[in-house]
Design a protein around this ligand. Structure first.
Ligand SMILES: NC(=O)c1ccc[n+]([C@@H]2O[C@H](COP(=O)([O-])OP(=O)(O)OC[C@H]3O[C@@H](n4cnc5c(N)ncnc54)[C@H](OP(=O)(O)O)[C@@H]3O)[C@@H](O)[C@H]2O)c1
Length: 431
């Protein structure tokens, strides 16, 4: 028996739901299956997030009453541990759980990313990523180790990255391919780099910053003088700051984030101007330090508006994310006459006041989702180029580690309130 399985006994109680319904629907598999428990396994399940693009009446009411009271909705209130995100202990029979041609994986580290909020939406609303299923384990990119395998591509002891459940152990049967069409991939251990880094700097965040800059900014940085990045203190932001300087050392990089600790980090990684958007006037700082040739937008909302009026003609905006609107806080401060309008708009996205600057200044806006289109096409070269940069410390790693699946809900909550400093990662087990 492998060390993973040592000492584990099993009993034959039925336990349903080990994989998301999305996997099963994609593969035309039966909705749920029974299998056998071991008390070591835990997972979290989710309830629909309140307030984001939802058609659910109670959520709409919640948002409406907040607006009518003129009280901003608190970031992260839709990500409350034990309310929207539940920690549940279940059991699994590691020796005998059927693999159906697939693999049993021990989870080592799980990424916690801002886009998870989009997956906690009303399932009737179409979007680039599928919704999570209420009552089923949440899933996201993670790193794991094969414990048992029916699949000739994997053997016990292999390390894999891919979309894993927030569980200590999970079975990924044969034929299962994630909704992003990515099967589990084998990955070699790199001396000096902990597995958690594969969830951030060498994972989704790093890939996003690297591929977005390479595809959309390579030409522009040759003539650009300034680059502004919002959300600059997170794993995408610090990567953008450092990699932009590698691409074009002459660039003046301006960066914003929501805590003084993040401001220090942004300066440490090379930002020429770094500021806290909660305590300083973004528009004024951009006016004084701009104009901006390239804006890497991680947050949208009021920061995007401040950037729009400080862009150069023929400037470039790389639209990477909308951390401010995903939580529904932007532009809730509306006048009485606009309230109804604002209610409907905040249910579908932020209001922007200066959108017309895009045509007035002939601005190019490139929105992207990392694994689709041109950015997705270059990802196979990512590790080859970026692993050496990480080892040489030219690209830095900052992590906010959460210990155990039990704290995954807290990690999600912190991420959506800005309380994380560095990549939010749940450390599930040692390898
Ligand atoms: N396009 C893609 O394919 C893709 C892929 C991955 C990530 N992304 C996006 O990239 C962005 C950064 O991702 P990350 O992993 O590096 O996240 P992160 O910075 O670790 O976490 C999100 C941050 O957003 C900030 N935030 C929350 N509410 C905000 C508000 N109202 N206004 C401004 N900022 C707010 C918080 O930092 P503060 O303390 O600074 O407020 C929070 O820590 C996110 O928007 C994410 O959705 C896009």
């Amino acid at each position: 028996m492998s060390p993973e399985l040592e000492g584990l006994k099993f009993s034959m109680q039925g336990f349903k739901a080990y994989s998301t319904q999305a996997y099963r629907q994609a593969q035309d598999l039966p909705a749920v299956r029974e299998f056998v428990p071991h008390p070591a396994v835990v997972f979290i399940t989710i309830a629909h997030a309140e307030g984001l693009n939802t058609t659910d009446d109670s959520c709409a009411f919640h948002k409406r009453s907040a607006v009518e009271n003129n009280t901003p909705i608190v970031n992260g209130s839709h990500m409350t541990p034990d309310v929207n995100i539940k920690y549940v202990e279940q059991t699994i029979d590691l020796d005998n759980v059927p693999l159906d041609g697939g693999v049993l994986v021990k989870t080592l580290a799980m990424s916690v990313d801002p886009y998870l909020i989009y997956r906690m939406r009303d399932p009737n609303i179409p979007m680039f990523c599928p919704p999570m299923t209420v009552g089923e384990p949440a899933d996201n990119l993670g790193v794991g180790k094969i414990v048992r395998s029916d699949d000739p591509k994997f053997k016990p002891g292999d390390f894999v990255i891919g979309y894993l459940n927030f569980q200590e152990y999970s079975v990924y049967p044969g034929k299962i391919v994630h909704f992003f069409k990515t099967p589990l991939q084998k990955v070699d251990k790199i001396p000096g780099i902990p597995w958690s880094v594969f969830t951030g700097t060498l994972g989704l965040a790093g890939m996003t910053a690297w591929s977005g800059l390479k595809v959309y900014a390579t030409e522009k940085v040759k003539t650009a003088k300034t680059l502004f990045v919002s959300g600059g203190g997170g794993p995408v932001g610090t990567f953008v700051i450092e990699y932009a300087k590698i691409m074009a050392p002459h660039l003046k990089v301006i960066a914003s984030a929501g805590t003084d600790e993040k401001v220090k980090i942004m300066k440490q990684v090379g930002a020429d101007v770094a500021f806290n958007y909660k305590t300083e006037d973004t528009e004024k700082i951009l006016r004084e330090n701009g104009p901006i040739d390239i804006y890497w937008d991680n947050v949208a909302g009021p920061t995007l508006d401040a950037a729009l009026v400080n862009m150069t003609d023929y400037g470039l905006i790389i639209a990477c994310g909308s951390a401010s609107s995903a939580v529904g806080t932007s532009y809730v401060k509306v006048t009485r006459s606009l309230r109804l309008f604002a209610v409907s708009m905040t249910l579908t996205g932020p209001l922007h006041q200066h959108f017309e600057e895009i045509f007035k200044r002939s601005i190019t806006v490139n929105g992207f989702i990392v694994n689709r289109g041109p950015t997705g096409d270059i990802l196979p070269q990512f590790h080859q180029e970026v692993v050496p940069l990480v080892l040489q410390k030219k690209i830095s790693v900052f992590e906010q580690r959460y210990d155990g699946i039990k704290n995954a809900g807290q990690a999600m909550h912190d991420l959506h309130t800005g309380a994380n400093t560095g990549k939010a990662v749940v450390i599930v087990a040692d390898d």
